[in-house]
Design a protein around this ligand. Structure first.
Ligand code: ADP
Ligand code: ZN
Length: 293
């Protein structure tokens, strides 16, 4: 058993990360490359895995993507702004080369599963994981299963109340302007407001109060909607260390004593798996689960 190798594909809109791991979900080999057109990108994926004797693979993909095995579009990338990828069947592209159990889910579901298996939620039966980066997305786990029905969740496009100092902002969501989380609080929204990439905006800038106000609403709505045991925030924007304490204090104000929550330093947290490894660990665990089915 110890020789079994598992494959992880983090299929992101900007880059792909492929990894081979063992039964302890430790990375043995890893590669990453920018997301190009589907053919050249999948060729790199296939070349990478062809060098290993893999037993199962899991893919955490950017979306929207059809992850329902009963759907006729199962495996296809749907209405993405990345036009070359629209309608591309990422699952079949792999199945052509690898006759293996292959599990497909969203990138954020994969990250949620990693944190649930070995990270911030390892002792919990439920958790919600969000990424706040180029987009905003979330995955929900309840008793080891992902929440979703018709399709995967789209929590990044849930609506938020405007910050009083932000009423004129047009937002960056092509569908909802600044009414939704992604439009009001994704990395590109910081740049649209300040003219600077989020990485270079100083801690003193007022935009962080606005950012925290939206993230706090997301956290509170998540507590109200799902009552998970952990709420985890990953993604580039959440690397701003000062942001979490702002989010926690605004959460407390907005909640206004209504629902009970654990101490917020333990409840609203960053990922515990280092170096953006949550999705890779999650994919290994999902690949193993698929193999054991
Ligand atoms: P992606 O979402 O594309 O996979 P990231 O999670 O790194 O990748 O998100 C990229 C977005 O987050 C960009 O808009 C970038 O400016 C912003 N970002 C990345 N790192 C930081 C940081 N340390 N502080 C603030 N914003 C950041
Ligand atoms: Zn939106």
């Amino acid at each position: 058993m110890s020789s079994i190798l598992l494959g992880s594909i983090e299929a992101g809109g900007t880059k792909f990360v492929c990894a081979v791991g063992d039964m302890d979900f430790k990375v043995q080999e890893q590669t990453s490359f920018p997301t190009g057109d589907p053919e050249e990108t999948m060729k790199k994926v296939i070349d990478f895995f062809s060098a290993y004797d893999i037993s199962a693979i899991a893919i955490g993909s950017f979306g929207p993507v059809d992850i329902d095995p009963h759907s006729e579009n199962y495996g296809k990338i749907l209405a993405t702004p990345k036009l070359e990828w629209r309608g591309f069947d990422i699952l079949s592209a792999l199945k052509k080369y690898f006759d293996l159990p292959i599990y497909l889910t969203t990138d954020v579901n994969a990250s949620a599963f990693g944190e649930y298996t070995m990270g911030a939620a390892k002792d919990a039966n439920s958790c919600v994981y969000f990424t706040v980066g180029t987009g905003i997305g979330g995955g929900v786990i309840q008793n080891g299963e992902f929440i979703g029905g018709l399709t995967h969740l789209e929590m990044g496009h849930t609506f938020v109340k405007r910050h009083p100092d932000d009423i004129d902002f047009e937002g960056v969501c092509p569908y909802h302007g600044a009414d939704c989380l992604e439009g009001a609080a994704s990395g590109p929204s910081l740049q649209a407001r300040t003219g600077l990439r989020g990485e270079t905006v100083t801690e003193e800038h007022d935009v962080w109060d606005i950012e925290a106000y939206y993230i706090a609403q997301l956290a509170l709505n998540t507590r109200l909607n799902f009552a998970p045991e952990k709420i985890i925030f990953g993604g580039g924007v959440m690397q701003q260390e000062h942001l979490m304490s702002k989010v926690r204090s605004i959460f407390t104000e907005l909640n206004n004593g209504y629902v009970e929550v654990p101490p917020l330093e333990d409840y609203i947290v960053n990922p515990a798996i280092p170096e953006n490894g949550s999705a890779t660990v999650g994919n290994f665990a999902l690949a193993l689960r698929e193999l054991n089915k």
